[in-house]
Write a protein that binds this ligand. Structure first.
Ligand code: SAH
Length: 252
């Protein structure tokens, strides 16, 4: 093998949520590539090169990483959360698919990370105790009609639904549209949780219902969880609310 390329997940925020394996891989890399806000979470060790690039340049970054690895370097590409969930690992394999010769003699690996919905769920209680699905609301990479279809069918199938990329400056209103689609299937009192900036200093968790869910509660660092018909809230004596989805579903 002439070089190594490892796609590494940094988790949703704090360094305690970076796995020891991810940390070890990063510390032995010659070059670390990634979106600048992810690189800002790391400190280069002596002699290590950090190459930042724009988040919209995933395929260019993946290709650059493959080229560096073929020249014999130990290369790491970092993603937030898990690198395989709406992130760089797919861009790396798409680049290999487009130009298989790029991967000659390279040892390619993927190092898992804590994906945002798992951190969000832990803060909220146990909303993922039964079957769930994850849908990205970004229509940069797929048509909105497909997103609507997936929302409707996931709601009909009684999944707990986690929404990634619920809003951005360019797409401030789509989440409202998503709630409208979900309201055609799910009851108004369905539990909805907004988990914003989980693990960061400005973290906030809001628990409400589908009838009251509002786009004002989310931005591009939020996971929105839509409860299934069996998802419930329990209230602690300190006034705290926990949301959980029972392990058993009795009625089909
Ligand atoms: N690979 C990442 C997801 C990238 S898509 C992962 O596995 O987590 C980006 C989306 O992830 C954001 O729009 C948001 O929905 C979610 N996200 C990432 N970090 C988050 C955090 N700290 N708190 C809440 N949501 C987060």
């Amino acid at each position: 093998m002439s070089g190594q390329l490892t796609v590494v997940g940094l988790g949703p925020g704090p360094s305690e949520w970076i796995t020891p394996a991810a940390d070890a891989t990063i510390s032995t890399a010659d070059v670390v590539l990634g979106y600048e806000s992810y690189l800002a979470r790391l400190s280069p060790r002596r002699g290590q090169i950090f190459e930042a690039s724009d988040n919209r340049e995933e395929l260019t970054r993946a290709r650059r990483a493959l080229e560096l690895a073929s020249s014999g370097k130990r290369v790491v590409i970092v993603s937030g959360g898990d690198p395989g969930v709406f992130a760089m690992a797919a861009a790396v394999f798409e680049s290999v698919d487009n130009a298989p010769e790029l991967a000659n003699e390279i040892d390619i690996r993927v190092e898992p990370g804590v994906t945002a919905v798992l951190a969000a769920a832990a803060r909220i209680g146990a909303p993922l105790g039964n079957d769930f699905c994850v849908i990205s609301l970004s229509d940069n990479l797929k048509p909105w009609a497909m997103i609507e279809k997936r929302l409707r069918l996931a709601a009909e199938a009684d999944f707990v639904i986690a929404l990634y990329n619920p809003a951005s400056k360019a797409r401030p209103d789509q989440i409202q549209e998503a709630f409208r689609v979900l309201q055609t299937v799910r009851a108004p009192q369905t539990i909805v949780a907004f988990a914003r900036a989980v693990g960061r200093t400005d973290e906030s968790i809001e628990i409400t219902t589908l009838a009251d869910a509002s786009k004002a509660l989310c931005d591009m660092r939020t996971v929105v969880l839509i409860g299934s018909p069996s998802t419930r809230a329990v209230h602690g004596s300190d006034g705290r609310t926990w949301v959980y989805t029972p392990r058993f579903v009795r009625d089909a």
